[in-house]
Design a protein around this ligand. Structure first.
Ligand SMILES: NC(=O)c1ccc[n+]([C@@H]2O[C@H](COP(=O)([O-])OP(=O)(O)OC[C@H]3O[C@@H](n4cnc5c(N)ncnc54)[C@H](OP(=O)(O)O)[C@@H]3O)[C@@H](O)[C@H]2O)c1
Length: 319
């Protein structure tokens, strides 16, 4: 498993990280604990040595499953988690709250739930929705780092102006940016990726599989439970579904020729983008982990990407 440094944090992480959102069940449907545990164990065996979680994922359930699955090995891996979301169970509403007090309380709760003395990477989950000055937020994160409660902090879902402002507020502090990037979600290529590359800031891509659409497994519109987030995701409906699922089927056909799955090709494509240092793949079964682990090897195959680009340029928008 190829590894890349996380800026100057002293951390070096496998290029593929294990995304833990689905481990929390909830909007991803019920989780099979035995299978998810086996997925975590296989990830370790294949050299995937970091896990991306969040308090919001199952409201702590993903953390709990992850910690149980890792057992004493949790001290051998990097756990990246998030901070700064306030959830109201009564209204089922989540919003970004980035006051220093909330960040500290959130961080303490994660330390307790994860059973660690220090969080390796603490990421702001979303940009501020409540007018907290950016300087206060990054200042609070820098204090948590200086106190030894976290090793490093990063940001998620910031756009280029937001990231630029954060880098100006705490130039030495921000260790990474986490942002969506896939063959069906390419906005980051315009400004964010070049910005990160120019600043030497690690770019942790998420949703590389388009929530499963790029795995080639959907040949007809799927039916999800009404609480499943994919039931409300417009990409799983109508013409958008046809277009995205067709991309997955195309990737599957290309992958078949080289003995790789569509999922491996989709994540390999992301890892091959200039500036992308790591990709987080959401997984909950050993088979999904096995496919994700192939992606870094594919990323180095330049000829593969010209084939993929050509094939997708011709992929018809079926009606
Ligand atoms: N910072 C943020 O705001 C943010 C937002 C979203 C995600 N993330 C992180 O990124 C991770 C990944 O994102 P994501 O889970 O939304 O999307 P994703 O990685 O694009 O899709 C993951 C889903 O695709 C399916 N899948 C995975 N591997 C597969 C394979 N080989 N073959 C077929 N299906 C496969 C699984 O669902 P099924 O088995 O149900 O089909 C899995 O839950 C999350 O777990 C989380 O850690 C962060």
């Amino acid at each position: 498993m190829e590894r890349r440094a996380l800026a100057d944090t002293g951390l070096t992480l496998s290029r593929v990280g294990f995304g833990c959102w689905a481990l929390g069940g909830g909007p991803w449907g019920p989780i099979d604990v035995a299978e998810a545990t086996a997925a975590v164990h296989l990830a370790l065996d294949l050299g995937i040595d970091w896990f991306d979680t969040a308090p919001l994922y199952g409201h702590g359930a993903a953390d709990e499953l992850l910690v149980q699955a890792l057992g004493s090995r949790r001290h051998e891996v990097v756990i990246a988690t998030k901070v700064g979301v306030r959830f109201d169970a009564a209204t089922d509403h989540a919003e970004s709250l980035l006051t220093p007090e909330h960040l500290r309380a959130d961080c303490e709760a994660s330390l307790a739930r994860l059973g660690v003395e220090r969080i390796d990477l603490l990421q702001v989950h979303w940009p501020c929705e409540h007018g907290t000055p950016l300087e206060d937020t990054v200042g609070a994160l820098a204090r948590l780092r200086d106190e030894g409660k976290i090793r490093a902090f990063g940001l998620c879902n910031y756009n280029a102006p937001g990231l630029t402002a954060a880098l100006e507020a705490e130039a030495q502090g921000v260790a990474s940016l986490q942002s969506p990037l896939s063959l069906i979600r390419r906005e980051a290529e315009a400004a964010l990726l070049p910005l990160c590359q120019g600043r030497g800031l690690p770019f942790l891509a998420y949703e590389t599989l388009g929530r499963g659409l790029l795995t080639g497994k959907y040949t007809a519109p799927p039916r999800f439970d009404e609480h499943d987030l994919r039931a409300r995701d417009p990409r799983f409906h109508g013409l958008a579904f046809v277009h995205h699922a067709a991309r997955g089927v195309t990737l599957r056909a290309i992958g078949k020729k080289i003995g790789a799955s569509a999922a491996a090709v989709a994540t390999g494509w992301v890892l091959a983008r200039p500036g992308v240092t790591h990709a987080i793949v959401g997984a909950r079964s050993p088979a999904q982990v096995r496919e994700a682990a192939v992606a870094p090897r594919l990323a180095a195959e330049a000829r593969l990407w010209s084939v993929v680009d050509q094939a997708l340029a011709q992929a018809p928008l079926r009606r």
